[in-house]
Design a protein around this ligand. Structure first.
Ligand SMILES: [Ca+2]
Ligand SMILES: [Ca+2]
Length: 561
């Protein structure tokens, strides 16, 4: 075996580099093909010989990157405004191939600015082997060809910045594609120089179940089993290896140097696995993410947010990511909108005890986080508007899932995550999205809930979202103030946001009947004026109480004079 490989390498290295690459990729691809066709595998003790290609494949996204220009054109704390989560493939097609792209997104920046968003979170835009959601990254430094070029990406950044909008990209830090050259090299042989970038065991560990599946997978051409917590096509990096940390930090600097304003980090609860019973939110994960945070902090005005559904609060701390999605709040927002008394209480209490670095949202691209809000509320527009008013005025960074602002529904012809990732409903048919044939079927309610129909309708969801974002953007207390004096009484609740002398009060009535509300513990004689909603404001009485009457399913925003 060794003699053969040496001879093979000797001959191969005398060929031109492109020819070498072709032969090497064929040698690597052959066992994959055999495995996929049900051929013999290592699991069955088959006779397939490991092919030692060494570190044969070039790794285009490796190599040192040092800190470049650190400045930012965005104002301090820009990330306290609301974000739009954008799935580029589904947002706007610019060239008629039926797939959204970066140039298309640039065309829609005016729309996003007009709506009032201050940041974009883009699902992965790097080259992937899934050719869809982008989480199977093949090259951390290349833009997905369906989406455009590096120049298109740089145009997006500069055009977004001109509109006061920051751009945050999804960074897949836990795993790569099984087609990433690092994994192909790592799996080529137990002796490969890049073996340690991924997690290998031999024999196969027993007793593991992650999200209902065995995470250890046979590699058909190398001795050993690799760990992949999400899918056998997405092997986990070995975060105990210093070279993995170096690899990712170089790639983070690569994008920071291009002017990106930060990152959304995928699956940070899954970075390090210690045993079959200790594979989620391990202490090492916080240390890893805090080092990442230190790298971001070498630049000005950069922001990061982490996905960690199993323990959002711990990852939001400054000793970890410094910000994380409030997965444990979404259900309370939706429940409150439906008038559930215990959900209303949980919503009112949430930020009393939690860091304001938690980012509220009601749905995203993943089914486990909830259906499209329209589907969760079965198209009840009054409840929908209350859900929006509840979370867009909270502390942290609120995230709107694209199309949520117009009440986009899931597809009724697709299942799972795909139903949540349909082309944006710009017009009543597919033509607003693409002049070609869309890559995926449309939202079920595109005929009645679309941007064209809502832009000039004062009562529309779009106008409701726009007013709420204008409020958040115009009041420092609402964007970055503290969370004070929260209360709930049956189907009503309220809270204050306070920044210095600026005090703004939000009161919500989730009931389908009129409510008389008394807010106590206020300063006698204070006058509160209406900023928005269905109250004219009031004066605090000598007992420190202010009384309101709020119509059914309405809210009011008041400011202390
Ligand atoms: Ca396109
Ligand atoms: Ca992992």
């Amino acid at each position: 075996m060794g003699l053969f490989m040496n001879t093979y390498e000797f001959i191969l290295r005398r060929l031109a580099l492109p020819v070498q690459k072709i032969i090497r990729s064929l040698l690597i691809g052959l066992p994959i093909f055999l495995g996929a066709c049900g051929g013999s595998s290592n699991l069955n003790g088959s006779a397939i010989e490991p092919v030692n290609t060494g570190s044969a494949l070039e790794v285009p996204d490796s190599g040192a990157v040092s800190v470049g220009a650190v400045s930012s054109p965005l104002p301090a704390g820009w990330w306290k405004g609301a974000f739009m989560q954008v799935y580029v493939r589904a947002y706007q097609d610019s060239d008629g191939d039926g797939k959204g792209d970066l140039k298309g997104l640039v065309q829609r920046l005016d729309y996003l600015q007009d709506l009032g968003v201050k940041g974009l979170w883009l699902l992965p835009v790097t080259q992937s082997s899934d050719r869809d959601h982008g989480y199977a990254v093949k090259n951390y430094r290349a833009i997905e060809s369906d989406y455009g070029t590096q120049a298109d990406f740089e145009l997006l950044i500069s055009e977004a910045h001109k509109r006061g909008i920051g751009v945050v990209v999804d960074f897949v830090i836990n795993h790569s594609s099984n087609q990433h050259p690092l994994f192909l090299n790592s799996s080529s042989s137990a002796m490969n120089a890049q073996r340690n970038y991924f997690v290998w065991q031999n024999p196969k560990p027993s007793g593991w179940q992650i999200y209902g599946q065995d995470p250890w997978h046979a590699s058909n051409w190398a001795n050993g089993f690799y760990f992949a917590g999400f899918s056998n096509t997405m092997p986990d990096f070995n975060w105990r290896a210093a070279e993995v940390e170096q690899f990712h930090h170089d790639n983070l600097r690569y994008w920071l140097n291009k002017g990106v304003d930060g990152f959304r980090f995928d699956a940070v609860g899954n970075l390090v696995e210690n045993s079959s019973t200790a594979w989620e939110v391990q202490p090492e994960n916080h240390a890893i993410m805090n080092k990442v945070r230190q790298t971001l902090m070498q630049y000005n005005q950069r922001y990061m947010v982490c996905e960690a559904p199993a323990n959002s609060g711990a990852f939001a701390e400054n000793s970890s990511c410094g910000s994380a999605f409030a997965f444990d709040l979404s259900g309370s927002i939706v429940g409150a909108a439906k008038g559930d008394v215990s959900a209303i209480q949980k919503l009112a209490d949430y930020y009393k005890t939690r860091t304001s670095n938690l980012a509220p949202f009601v749905s995203n691209h993943d089914r486990f986080a909830g259906d499209r809000l329209w589907n969760q509320l079965q198209g009840n527009v009054a409840q929908y508007k209350l859900a929006a008013a509840s979370y867009l005025l909270l502390p942290g960074t609120p995230y709107i899932y694209y199309g949520e602002e117009i009440g986009m529904a899931a597809s009724d012809t697709l299942t799972g995550d795909w139903a949540l990732r349909t082309p944006m409903s710009w017009t009543a048919d597919a033509r607003g999205f693409s002049t070609g044939s869309p890559f995926r079927s449309l939202s079920s309610n595109i005929g009645t809930q679309n941007v064209a129909q809502q832009l000039n309708d004062a009562a529309s969801l779009h106008q409701h979202y726009k007013k709420l974002l204008a409020l958040r953007n115009s009041q420092t207390a609402l964007s970055s103030g503290t969370y004070e004096g929260a209360w709930s009484q049956q189907k009503t609740m309220g809270f204050q946001r306070v920044a210095g002398n600026e005090k703004v009060m939000v009161i919500l009535n989730f009931d389908t009947a009129n409510a008389n509300v008394s807010v106590g513990s206020l300063v006698p004689g204070e006058v509160w004026s209406a900023l928005a909603g269905s109250s004219n404001g009031s004066t605090v009485n000598t007992a420190g109480v202010m009384q309101f009457s709020l119509p059914a399913q309405s809210f009011a925003v008041l400011k202390k004079n």
